[in-house]
Design a protein around this ligand. Structure first.
Ligand SMILES: [Zn+2]
Length: 293
């Protein structure tokens, strides 16, 4: 385990512990989340690195790597994902002219990329999991390991998408700098991440499943995306709620808290989160559309 001594967003060094969530995908293990005293950014601290971090992904049911079709929840997840893909496509389509070149960063098994290609977009993807890349290959998609990302030409990309990916990336600043260098002028950086200021996050506290420690290294609020974006030459152009995530995350959080899914309670919490967050853009997960300034 390593420890952050300075805030990756603002450089401050004053941290205060705010949450003690735990790893719930395997043997339960407590972690700590600190908040930066200067800018308010939340981060998993201390955090595992390299092979130690990779070990936390090696559960049989890490569904975004396998298209898991086992449990009822995998089934729900896959249905939600299929619907979400189309709405994500339509959203981005409303911000671009013509058919853009897309790079899906952290493409999983390539479902989003594959859909965009059927709509005529040129696209490629990066994915660190060899299992996920092999799954993508069975659908005729070639994904590259992010260690090869420098092969991409500078100023060559219209849109980068990161669907629940940025919170997993250790080298946060290097990666944001990379996106800026590869994007064309006025290119888009589309980032979906959990929102720890949502009602469901505040209700479930340490049991909130979207802390997902230690897989999630960073826990973003709207101000953090704005700060990190402007630090790396981006401006937040739009914030979009992700209403399905409130229900899915609430189900997992009920399981963390009570040992069972408790669907009615999860549904009511998800609903409340969505009603409260609708206007203020404060649902369980948010999509940020950033434009290269
Ligand atoms: Zn800070």
């Amino acid at each position: 385990m390593n420890k952050h001594i300075s805030c990756p967003s603002c450089g401050g060094s004053d941290f205060k512990s705010v949450r003690k969530p735990y790893y719930y995908r395997g043997k339960r293990e407590e972690f700590n989340i600190d908040a930066c005293g200067d800018c308010g950014f939340w981060l998993t601290n201390p955090f595992p690195e390299g092979q130690d971090l990779a070990a936390y992904y090696e559960t049989e049911d890490y569904v975004s790597h396998t298209d898991g079709k086992g449990s009822a929840l995998d089934w729900v997840y896959n249905i939600i994902r299929a619907r979400a893909i189309k709405s994500k496509f339509r959203l981005i389509n409303s911000f671009v002219n013509g058919q853009p070149s897309l790079v899906d960063y952290g493409a999983g098994t390539g479902a989003f990329l594959s859909f965009c290609q059927t709509q005529g977009w040129k696209g490629m993807g990066f994915e660190p999991s060899a299992v996920a890349r092999e799954n993508a290959a069975t659908k005729g998609l070639t994904l590259l390991d992010p260690s090869k990302r420098d092969e991409l030409e500078v100023d060559s990309v219209d849109v980068f998408t990161l669907w629940h990916v940025l919170e997993h990336i250790p080298d946060l600043n290097d990666t944001l700098r990379y996106f800026n260098s590869r994007l064309k002028s006025e290119g888009l950086l589309v980032i979906a991440v959990p929102n720890h200021e949502s009602y469901d996050a505040q209700k479930y506290k340490d049991d909130w499943a979207a802390y997902d420690v230690p897989l999630h290294l960073w826990h973003f609020a709207k101000s953090d995306i704005s700060n990190l974006g402007s630090k790396h030459g981006f401006k937040v152009e739009e914030i979009v709620n992700m209403p399905f995530d409130s229900f899915y995350v609430s189900l997992l959080s009920e399981n963390n808290r009570h040992g069972s899914m408790r669907p009615i309670s999860a549904f009511l919490t998800g609903l409340k989160s969505n009603l409260r967050g609708a206007k203020s853009k404060n649902m369980s997960s948010l999509i940020y559309i950033l434009r290269k300034a």
